[in-house]
Design a binder for this molecule. Structure first.
Ligand code: SAH
Length: 227
């Protein structure tokens, strides 16, 4: 059966707007070629409602249901670039990554093109299932979707070359640092006493943890338990 012309047309349009999104990422300071390639390869419009498809390549977060949002492309790229900067990743490529907050599965798909294995955990069953549906057609054999409370990490997959959180709390769960490999890096939003969320990078070195606080960010809250 021939592919309807309308679909071919919209696919081509999406490819063009996605290429423009990648150009904006470059203009915004993303330099890692693998990150730009991954951002250019994943169909972000397939992770949001059809009605929002025309906004999918704007640099904005969009609703994905249950009060949650898909992170904006620039922050997904920024965090991915930071993960690739981990000491261990610079030596032998990015190994096992743990993502806290699967949401619709977009970031997991991007990470799957950059890491050997991706473990992604989500506390809301509805979104865990949505991500499963979204990712099914991509057949990403290195993505493992988990339903559970990511506040305790996922010990079975540890140690991780990198851990990335797509939701922010006021302190860093101890388990995340425990489950990080030496040479590994954790990237997470964290709110200070003033309520302002900042992007935090923690490197696990042979001599202990090294922290760097980067720019202000806006993520949904990290919550405990499952629902
Ligand atoms: N990376 C996602 C962003 C989703 S928003 C994407 O690409 O779409 C962040 C997600 O974190 C939400 O779905 C929220 O339910 C989830 N979350 C918040 N606290 C969590 C926790 N303790 N464990 C697992 N997921 C959590």
């Amino acid at each position: 059966m021939a592919v309807p012309a309308a679909l071919v047309g919209s696919g081509a349009n999406f490819a063009a707007v996605r290429a423009r999104m990648v150009q904006r990422l470059v203009a915004g300071g993303i330099t890692a070629a693998p990150v730009l390639q991954a951002m250019g390869a994943v169909d972000r419009h397939c992770f949001v409602d059809t009605a929002l498809g025309n906004q999918a390549y704007e640099d904005t977060s969009l609703p994905i249901g249950l009060g949650q949002t898909i992170s904006k492309p620039s922050i997904v790229a920024r965090m991915a670039e930071l993960l690739l900067g981990a000491e261990g990743a610079r030596v032998g490529g990015l190994g096992r990554v743990l993502e806290i907050g699967t949401g619709c599965g977009y970031q997991a798909a991007v990470l799957s093109l950059l890491a050997r294995e991706v473990y992604s955990i989500e506390r809301l069953r509805g979104l865990h299932e949505k991500a499963r549906t979204n990712l099914r057609y991509l057949r990403l054999t290195n993505v493992h979707l988990l339903f559970g409370d990511g506040m305790v990490g996922y010990a079975k997959g540890a140690p991780y070359a990198a851990i990335v959180a797509a939701a922010g709390g006021s302190s860093l769960p101890l388990q995340w640092c425990d489950q990080l490999a030496v040479g590994g890096r954790l990237v997470a939003p964290i709110s200070g006493a003033d309520g302002q969320q900042m992007l935090l990078v923690v490197d696990k070195t042979p001599h202990g943890l090294k922290q760097n606080v980067l720019e202000p960010v806006h993520f949904v809250p990290l919550k405990s338990g499952i629902a």
